[in-house]
Design a protein. Structure first.
Length: 124
């Protein structure tokens, strides 16, 4: 496994863990429950699906799994944006901003990986 792949595996893992740690600090209100549940699922799915993509059975399978990673990163970005609007505490907003920036970077990275993989498949 190359160093870029290992770095991305670690980044996606930490994105999920750091998101869960943040969510665990949020008050358990009715509105927060919805956001916590959705964001917990999508943020951890980024890393889980990227991990799974490393055992893809074919190029098509890899492209499909990377597409899921990209979608989950986008969904996480959506829920982090919702949180940004709901939060009143500036310290919490600053923590969400860091997570939001990481989700945006992950979206760009995995969209690029998917497009490159699709192009490389067409060339063969």
């Amino acid at each position: 496994m190359n160093s870029k792949t290992e770095e991305l595996l670690q980044r996606t893992f930490l994105f999920g863990v750091n998101t869960l740690k943040f969510l665990n600090s949020m008050p358990n209100t009715i509105v927060n429950k919805v956001v916590i549940y959705q964001l917990a699922k999508s943020s951890t799915s980024v890393g889980a699906n990227y991990e799974e993509s490393q055992a893809a059975e074919s190029k098509d399978d890899f492209i499909h799994k990377i597409g899921i990673v990209s979608k989950e990163a986008r969904e996480s970005k959506f829920w982090l944006r919702v949180l940004t609007e709901l939060l009143k505490n500036e310290e919490q907003k600053a923590r969400v901003k860091i997570l939001l920036e990481e989700s945006e970077q992950l979206c760009k990275i995995f969209t690029s990986i998917k497009l490159t993989s699709q192009e490389n498949k067409k060339k063969k």
